[in-house]
Design a protein around this ligand. Structure first.
Ligand SMILES: [Fe+2]
Length: 311
């Protein structure tokens, strides 16, 4: 890796508010996302995605010709909106006036790969501290596992992060550090880089992955434990979705994972117990070789996993 001094921005977003994705068949996506454990509301022209116990809309799915990321909406504190707008301008972001969500909030721009972003004032959806993993140990004289037919569905409680394809990891990283004020957590050379939110966030909020151009690699949804990652795999296979990577455990971020691909080539991750970086924490950035950073344990990564199907 070439040594690059990234310029630290004075302000920064705290969360992803939501994203919008286009797919060819909304009815099919309702079936998939319900099996994935999300709450899906069908509107006349779109789907709204929620998680159990929350009214926040994390995602919108619109109908279109092929699977494609429409935009990512980032949230910031009210006192930082104008300053972040100035950071985006100084970093060379291409501002746009149109509002695909029908929302005039905040401002819109494209990053160097042409990915459309919104920045607006919004609630912090990232946690303020690391969530403990439930204790999975079972005492003596107690039956630990339920019958398979009685097992509860794995259901995400919130969105954790998004991984975006880019034609140039270092360029995307440099831009978003200066524009959105995210910070580098860890990277694996020019393959992938993970950024976090300075106000306290998961180890990754936005990840940038080499993919020859723009696109959405995956959105990641937090589940309580490694047990839920396992059950997510089983419940999705039972629903007819058999293209997975996982269950496994990552090195960078340390999270337990199960990725599943929908019928349109989009990966969705169930993630548990990801590393958390507190506000103002002294985090040491690592740069791992890719063979040493991808996963600690789990099945081999499928060949189709890193392919950008949006190109
Ligand atoms: Fe992920």
């Amino acid at each position: 890796m070439s040594k690059i001094d990234f310029t630290e921005a004075p302000l920064g977003v705290h969360s992803i508010d939501h994203f919008t994705l286009v797919v060819p068949d909304l009815a099919e996506e309702v079936k998939f996302l319900t099996a994935f454990g999300l709450g899906v509301e069908t509107r006349a022209d779109r789907l709204l995605l929620r998680t159990v116990g929350s009214n926040h809309v994390w995602g919108q799915i619109l109908p279109g010709e092929k699977k494609k990321l429409a935009y990512v909406s980032m949230a910031c504190y009210e006192g930082e909106l104008e300053g972040i707008r100035e950071q985006v301008a100084a970093a060379g972001g291409a501002f746009e006036a149109h509002h695909p969500a029908g929302s005039g909030d905040g401002f819109w721009f494209r990053d160097p790969d042409g990915i459309l972003f919104q920045v607006k004032v919004g609630a912090k959806t990232q946690p303020d501290q690391k969530t403990a993993m439930p204790d999975l140990s079972i005492p003596s004289n107690v039956r630990g596992a339920p019958a398979r037919s009685k097992a509860p569905l794995a259901r995400p409680t919130r969105m954790s992060h998004m991984a975006l394809f880019t034609s140039n990891v270092t360029r995307s990283l440099d831009f978003h550090i200066r524009a959105l004020g995210v910070r580098l957590a860890d990277r694996s050379g020019e393959i992938i880089a993970f950024t976090y939110g300075r106000h306290g966030s998961d180890h990754h909020l936005l990840a940038f992955l080499s993919g020859g151009g723009p696109g959405l690699h995956h959105s990641s949804w937090d589940v309580p434990s490694v047990e839920d990652c396992g059950r997510a795999n089983t419940q999705l296979r039972a629903a007819g979705y058999d293209r997975h990577w996982g269950p496994g455990r990552h090195v960078l971020g340390s999270n337990y994972f199960n990725y599943v691909k929908d019928k349109f080539g989009q990966w969705w991750e169930a993630s548990a117990h990801i590393d958390y970086i507190e506000k103002d924490a002294d985090w040491t950035i690592a740069n791992f070789a890719d063979e040493d950073s991808l996963y600690l344990w789990g099945p081999d990564m499928p060949e189709e996993f890193p392919v950008n199907v949006e190109l």
